[in-house]
Design a protein around this ligand. Structure first.
Ligand code: ADP
Length: 365
């Protein structure tokens, strides 16, 4: 088979941007492929016109295309690599292109520097809290490698439904939800590599019949991997929330997560301090991890502080049983969750009035 566009694209997917350590196709840098007799032209969009790695990328592209031509049985083609540059970050570009989810008003990502800090718990309770406050809210389990929503929302016994080629979201506790955990065997997703996680996220987000939503909360995998990049390239986000616990080591991880969102061009709506203090069954508070650290981090990084959620046995139990509405039976937990929800809604409104995610912004590094 002679060299064709797909073979060239496959070849480009083996070429990595040396700085970003991801391939050119995943990074969305391939803007065009043009083939003629004995020649190939590729158009590559860099993130800066002053890219110091340009020559290296060119050499790698030429090598990959030559190898592809050889395995296709063609002679060595004449290769032209045209570079252009777009200094906007991934999520800023998407805002120009428009959204694949026109019925969803605000997409909000919830991330964390590392696992186990309560990111999924906060994501679920933000969605439920927004719904209780009168909004139409949904939650998407973007934690492709370790989905928690089936348990936290009690979806285990509810069958998934499909209409045409669209998935119908689960309608539970006043919200709509979708999770990979109900679509594939739990152990399978763990071994997925970048490209599979990329397409799994894309399908979950765009092939779910969300209907009209005011807020769609996305529970991201912990850390800084492929899924946040995929999300940033696909959906215009209103912003991101970072969840962390108050210990010093946890704050360093949170700082990394904040930087990741900034690099992707996603606004930070705020930081939540989870497991801030321990509230025992008699309602007494104990500081276990040194509360207040996240608020200081928020100040240092000029990010709003959305509130502190205490470590309460009831929150863990209600998560394990899939009964989040029981978190709203009054007391310190209910107050903390409602405070966090109010702050988030306020920050989204502020961002929206400032038009931060409506107009593309140019940033030059
Ligand atoms: P992550 O998504 O960051 O990995 P999870 O949301 O799955 O973390 O939470 C990890 C565990 O901690 C879960 O068992 C959850 O129920 C529990 N948990 C999270 N936040 C709290 C809290 N504030 N109080 C009590 N248990 C909590």
């Amino acid at each position: 088979m002679p060299l064709n566009e797909q073979l060239v694209r496959d070849a480009l997917s083996t070429v990595e941007d040396p700085d970003l350590r991801k391939d050119l196709v995943t990074l969305g840098m391939v803007q065009g492929i043009d083939l003629g007799p004995g020649r190939v032209t590729v158009r590559i969009e860099l993130t800066t016109p002053a890219c110091p790695m340009k020559d290296r990328i060119r050499t790698d592209i030429e090598g990959a295309i030559r190898a592809a031509a050889q395995s296709a049985g063609d002679g060595p083609p004449e290769i032209t690599v045209d570079f252009s540059a777009d200094v906007r970050r991934p999520n800023e570009k998407v805002r120009d292109r428009g959204t694949p989810l026109p019925q969803v008003r605000h997409v909000i990502a919830v991330g964390a520097g590392k696992g186990g800090v309560g990111k999924s718990t906060i994501a679920v309770n933000l969605a439920v809290g927004l719904a209780r406050a009168g909004a139409r809210a949904g939650v998407l389990d973007g934690d492709i490698f370790g989905p928690s929503l089936p348990t936290m929302l009690g979806l285990d016994t509810i069958p998934g439904q499909v209409e045409g080629n669209m998935l119908l979201p689960f309608e539970v506790h006043g919200i709509r939800a979708m999770t990979i955990g109900k679509l594939v065997e739990p152990d399978k997703a763990l071994i997925w590599r970048g490209p599979m996680a990329h397409s799994a996220f894309r399908q979950l987000a765009t092939q779910t019949e969300w209907g009209e939503l005011d807020y769609l909360i996305i529970d991201l995998p912990p850390g800084t991997g492929d899924v946040p990049l995929t999300m940033a390239q696909l959906l215009p986000l209103s912003g991101a929330v970072v969840v962390c616990t108050p210990q010093r080591v946890a704050l360093d991880d949170a700082r990394r997560a904040i930087r990741m969102f900034q690099q992707l061009g996603i606004d930070l709506l705020g930081i939540v301090e989870n497991m801030s203090s321990y509230v025992d069954d008699s309602g007494r508070e104990h500081d276990l991890f040194g509360r207040g650290g996240a608020e200081l981090l928020a100040q240092e990084m000029h990010v709003p502080f959305l509130g502190a959620v205490p470590l309460v046995p009831a929150l863990r139990i209600n998560s394990d049983l899939g009964t989040p509405l029981k978190n709203w039976t009054g007391g310190p937990l209910t107050e903390a969750l409602d405070g966090m929800v109010r702050q988030l809604a306020a920050q989204v409104s502020i961002a929206s009035m400032q038009g931060r995610f409506v107009q593309p912004t140019l940033s030059v590094h």
